[in-house]
Design a protein around this ligand. Structure first.
Ligand SMILES: [Zn+2]
Length: 119
């Protein structure tokens, strides 16, 4: 059964990485960071209003990047679990996660019951 989810997860990982690459770059530790303005643009900055606008762009990219990075980490963890043959186990109660939950979210870490407890 894991194969279907593996394909789904790999597809999602690719999409997330593409999206992250469009707003940021990965550093040496494997952490994603929003890309700052490139240097050619910084040299053109003339006044403070311009500066403020540029840092807003940067903040916007950072705020988009974080949830994508979290999601990517969940997807990667799920793929690791497939490798380790413990995919589909709830991290809290250790029971099997419901199939329909995995279909909606193949990177789910908990079963439905535990998901409700967390929220
Ligand atoms: Zn559970």
């Amino acid at each position: 059964m894991s194969n279907i989810y593996k394909t789904k997860l790999e597809e999602e990982k690719k999409l997330l990485e593409d999206e992250l690459a469009s707003i940021g770059q990965v550093d040496k530790t494997g952490d994603w960071k929003a890309t700052p303005e490139d240097e050619t643009n910084i040299q053109e900055v003339q006044d403070e209003a311009d500066m403020a606008e540029r840092s807003e762009d940067f903040e916007e990219r950072s705020s988009k990047l974080d949830p994508l990075e979290d999601r990517l980490n969940d997807v990667k963890k799920a793929l690791e679990k497939i490798e380790n043959n413990n995919y589909g186990d709830c991290e809290i109660c250790k029971e099997k996660i419901e199939e329909d939950r995995l279909e909606v979210n193949p990177a789910a870490k908990t079963c439905k019951g535990c998901m409700e407890k967390i929220i």
